[in-house]
Each structure stands twice: as structure tokens, then as C-alpha cells.
Design a protein around this ligand. Structure first.
Ligand code: SF4
Length: 383
């Protein structure tokens, strides 16, 4: 059976190339790997380590049946196979222990927050003012997990604090990622995230990333910093204005310059590299425009968290395919070294998606030296 990636014939796959392929093609899994199927974060995502690198990958979408990758449990533990040949050892995390706990008032912890490898993540407000309107972002699945009964609409600060302490103590969580749908207030939900961050920090001491849309009053950024937020994500999603207008009308109205204004202020408040944006590849964007704007963001101290589109089942992009990995890798190769040269690499980020890096392979291209991203996997087979 022909599989995606057959035409490549590359035998020199370093870690970066394997991760890029895995994130675009996904992997068939021979038996139970923890993951999640919908929501605002990494949906349809298996979560593992390949060698020692964290990675999320599609594993339930229909297109995964054409993937050359299989993840299976062999005699010496989990392994990743490509076209039937072992390419890397894998580590599959055990089911988080916090998933067996519930709050005193009977809410299961897994409805409050999920463990993404070593990061505790929660969509604090699981509704968005744009959902179900012509403004709904086409790639987004924020209310799908609510409709599926997998979560609760609003997580309270004390609930998040309780889960964060347990995740730190029982499952080794090292940070907390908070996101939200866009609310009707001028702060776009940022202040509620700030209240949650304060409760989490006081209880657990874990660093917190908060992700929200640029507030109308950028002074809100100083307020949430005082409340305990360490890192901020304000996500433009695409630097191509035509694409943005098509896939995310509310973000297009903020405008790319609007994001830059917010990021500049945020970098003043949170520091260089502690501000990030998602940049989704594979929605029809112009690659040169994308690379130029990523560099412009890096120049002001913003980390561009470049990820391949992972179409969320049930979203308006259900049925799309992730971009070809060669395309994604070609942009990683142009952006990664630039990030390094400006000193805003992922290693500096204190918390959140850009610290974890599992949804992107960009950090594999941040290595310095002549052979960027060509670190060979130690168990790569020759034939
Ligand atoms: S603004 Fe767009 S991406 Fe954000 S939660 Fe709403 S619909 Fe989803």
C-alpha cells in the first residue's frame, strides 16, 4: 500500500526531519497511547518522547492510515518504525495519576486540566464569543470538547490550584499553560487568567503561561504580570493577511500590526523571549511573507512557535490534511537559526507551549553549528 512520504526516499533523516514527518503524517499506534481528540490545544494528539524529545502527533485522523510511521511496543520498550524499520526509541508516558482524582465537589481533575507530557494545560474558559458565528476561526475546536462532555465551561482558580499541586507532586508537571476562548470584555479574558495564575502560583509555585487575544488596553499586560503570569502568548496564527482574513476574521481585524503593538508592550513587561505567538503552517500562506514576519517578531523579542496545521476533527477544517513535512522543515531551517542568532530560542522560555515544544519541531532546528538539525538518531537503521 502506498503511504504518504513514499516519494521522499531520504535516508539521512536527522531528528528534525523525523519529527517534522511524524507531525505531518501522524503514526499508527498498535495499542493504547494517551492522547486527546479535540479542544483548543493539541487535538488528535498522541504525546510521547522520541528519544528524549517531546512530541505530539496525529493518531486518530483518517489520513493517519496512510502514514509510514507505526508506534509499537517491542521487546525493549516502545519504538517508532518507519516503513517497517525501527528509527527511534520512544517513551510513552503512563496515564497521569491526577486523572484518577476529583475535587471535593466531585469534578474529575481531567475535566479541569490535562497533562501534556510535563506541562499541565487548561482551557480556562472553554467558550468563545466567536463560536458558531461567521467569525469562528476555522482551525479551532474550543467548544467541541465541551459539547463532548470532556470538560467544564469555566475552571475556577481554586480548582486549577488544587490540580496544579497534584500534577506537580504526582506526575512531575513543571509548568502550567492556561488558555481561554475570547470573552466579551475589553481584556479578552486575560484578567480571569491572571486570577487563575495567582492561585496556581501561590499554591504550587509553578511558572504559568497565559494565552489570550491582545487586550484593548495594553495596560492589562502589566496587571496580569503582577498577578503571577510569567509568560504570555498572543497568537496571530498566520502572517499572511489573506489567509488570516479567511481563517480567523477576528484576528484579521486586530491586524498583524495590532499583534506587533501588543507584542512590543508585552516584551517590555515580560522580557525578551517570554512572549510568543503560534504560527500555523499549511493554510495556504506565502512562505516568504511568513519567514520575514517571523524574523520581524524575533527582532522585537517574540518567539514564533511555528507548527504544522493539525486539522481538528469536527472543526471547520475537518478533512484538511497537515502540510507536507518538507515544506514545514524548509521553514524551520530558515527560522530556527535566526531565533538562535537573536537569543530568543526555546531554551529561554520559562513556561507554556514554547517551553514544552512538543507540538513543533522548531527547537530541533535551533541547534547551532554547521549541521543544524542533523543530529542522527542513535538507533537509525542503515537499511
Ligand atoms: S478566537 Fe478563534 S481560535 Fe480563539 S477560541 Fe475563539 S474561535 Fe478559537
Amino acid at each position: 500500500m502506498a503511504t504518504r512520504g513514499d516519494a521522499m526516499g531520504r535516508h539521512d533523516r536527522g531528528l528534525g526531519s523525523v519529527l517534522s514527518e511524524l507531525q505531518s503524517y501522524g503514526a499508527r499506534v498498535e495499542r493504547g497511547v494517551g492522547g486527546r481528540r479535540s479542544g483548543a490545544g493539541p487535538a488528535d494528539a498522541g504525546m510521547i518522547w522520541v528519544e528524549d524529545t517531546p512530541v505530539t502527533f496525529p493518531f486518530t485522523a483518517e489520513y493517519v492510515t496512510d502514514s509510514p510511521f507505526v508506534l509499537r511496543e517491542g521487546d525493549d520498550g516502545w519504538e517508532l518504525l518507519r516503513d517497517g524499520q525501527r528509527v527511534a526509541a520512544a517513551t510513552v508516558p503512563p496515564r497521569p495519576r491526577i486523572y484518577d482524582l476529583q475535587t471535593a465537589d466531585g469534578v474529575p481533575y481531567w475535566q479541569i486540566a490535562l497533562l501534556h507530557l510535563d506541562s499541565l494545560a487548561s482551557t480556562v474558559i472553554q467558550t468563545c464569543m466567536h463560536w458558531g458565528t461567521d467569525d469562528q476561526c476555522t482551525f479551532c475546536g474550543i467548544e467541541l470538547s465541551l459539547e463532548a462532555g470532556a470538560t467544564i465551561p469555566v475552571k475556577r482558580p481554586e480548582q486549577l490550584a488544587e490540580v496544579a499541586v497534584a500534577a506537580r507532586d504526582l506526575d512531575g508537571a513543571v509548568d502550567v499553560t492556561l488558555t481561554t476562548g475570547t470573552t466579551r470584555g475589553a481584556d479578552k479574558g486575560a484578567l480571569y487568567l491572571g486570577r487563575c495564575a495567582r492561585a496556581i502560583k501561590e499554591a504550587s509555585g509553578l511558572p504559568v503561561q497565559a494565552q489570550f487575544e491582545p487586550p484593548d488596553d495594553l495596560g492589562v499586560l502589566e496587571t496580569v504580570k503582577r498577578m503571577g503570569v510569567d509568560v504570555v502568548g498572543m497568537h496571530v496564527e498566520s502572517f499572511d493577511e489573506d489567509v488570516l482574513a479567511r481563517v480567523a476574521p477576528p484576528k484579521a481585524r486586530t491586524g498583524i500590526d495590532g499583534y506587533f503593538r501588543a507584542w512590543e508592550r508585552a516584551v517590555e513587561v515580560f522580557g525578551k523571549g517570554q512572549v510568543s505567538t503560534y504560527v500555523i503552517l499549511g493554510m495556504g500562506e506565502d512562505p516568504d511573507t511568513t519567514v520575514d514576519a517571523c524574523k520581524r517578531a524575533v527582532d522585537i523579542g517574540v518567539y514564533p512557535f511555528v507548527v504544522p496545521l493539525r486539522p481538528v476533527p469536527g472543526s471547520l477544517m475537518d478533512g484538511w490534511l497537515p502540510p507536507e513535512p518538507e515544506y514545514v522543515e524548509s521553514l524551520y531551517r530558515r527560522i530556527g537559526p535566526y531565533v538562535v542568532s537573536r537569543g530568543v530560542g526555546s531554551w529561554n522560555v520559562t513556561a507554556g507551549c514554547a517551553r514544552c515544544q512538543a507540538c513543533s519541531a522548531l527547537s530541533a532546528f535551533e541547534e547551532t553549528g554547521d549541521d543544524v538539525a542533523a543530529r542522527q538518531l542513535p538507533v537509525l537503521q542503515a537499511d
